[in-house]
Design a protein around this ligand. Structure first.
Ligand SMILES: Nc1ncnc2c1ncn2[C@@H]1O[C@H](COP(=O)(O)OP(=O)(O)O)[C@@H](O)[C@H]1O
Ligand SMILES: [Mg+2]
Length: 229
């Protein structure tokens, strides 16, 4: 009998299948691009500026539709922007996390417990009443992640979430996502330029000329990219 918990038996969390996309045809940003991320994996996506990383994430969310090929996310997903000020909309930390649950028609007690559980998961339980404007950049990114956890998202898409952070907050955030992926069996696709972050993921892929040109061990991609810097 097959073991239902075996990762390889479960469908991919993220699937990009032979996708081509052009903002302004015929110049394609993505061309025959394929990528499969199994559930429970922390995968990083690298590539030069303009190589199509953000476009690929937008295709995954369904905001854009590919002209060719298919994308699929298996489960609910959350999206973390480079600049948290573009996604945190409520005056306080707790209210912002709760805001993501509007529309789910949950009893107030469930909303409260989901919010406190999500804030605890990102180590912000003590800041529930703190105004958003009084947070550091790293704390704001953790609020954005808490929003996804409160919604019970299984997949996190993070587009250069550390680009605006100082080195300490950067490492704190990447370690947090590593822990969340492991402990909650989430799947994360994390876009970055910062090679040091590769130490914390399970797998790294490089996007170039519209498709994935390298896919595998983070350490080997780190070596290749460091040598070309
Ligand atoms: N809204 C848009 N309209 C037209 N072209 C766009 C738009 N967004 C991105 N592009 C173009 O698509 C290409 C890939 O952009 P992007 O996906 O943002 O790359 P990356 O995230 O890897 O830096 C770039 O040439 C960029 O100028
Ligand atoms: Mg981008």
């Amino acid at each position: 009998m097959t073991d239902p918990t075996r990762v390889s038996d479960r469908p991919p969390a993220i699937q990009v299948d032979d996708v081509s996309f052009a903002w302004k045809p015929p110049a394609h940003v993505l061309e025959h691009c394929s990528l499969t991320v199994p559930p429970g994996e922390f995968c990083m996506l690298l590539g030069d500026n303009g190589s199509g990383k953000s476009t690929l994430l937008k295709l995954l969310t369904g905001l854009l539709a590919p002209q060719q090929g298919q994308v699929r996310i298996n489960g609910t997903f959350g999206y973390v922007f480079q600049n948290p000020d573009h996604q945190l909309v409520m005056p306080t930390v707790g209210a912002d996390v709760a805001f993501g649950l509007v529309g789910e028609n949950l009893p107030l007690s469930t909303v409260r417990s989901r919010v406190s559980e999500a804030l605890a998961a990102v180590n912000l339980a003590h800041l529930a009443r703190r105004p958003i404007y009084a947070l550091s950049g790293g704390q704001k990114q953790r609020v954005a992640i808490a929003g996804a956890i409160a919604r019970h998202c299984e997949v996190l898409l993070l587009d250069e979430p550390t680009a605006l952070l100082d080195p300490d907050s950067q490492i704190e955030l990447v370690k947090l996502v590593q822990t969340l992926v492991k402990e909650r069996h989430l799947t994360a696709l994390w876009v970055t330029h910062r090679l040091i972050e590769l130490d914390y993921c399970d797998r790294a892929v490089l996007l170039r000329s519209g498709h994935v040109v390298r896919d595998g061990e983070p350490a080997s991609l780190r070596q290749i990219l460091a040598a070309s810097e």
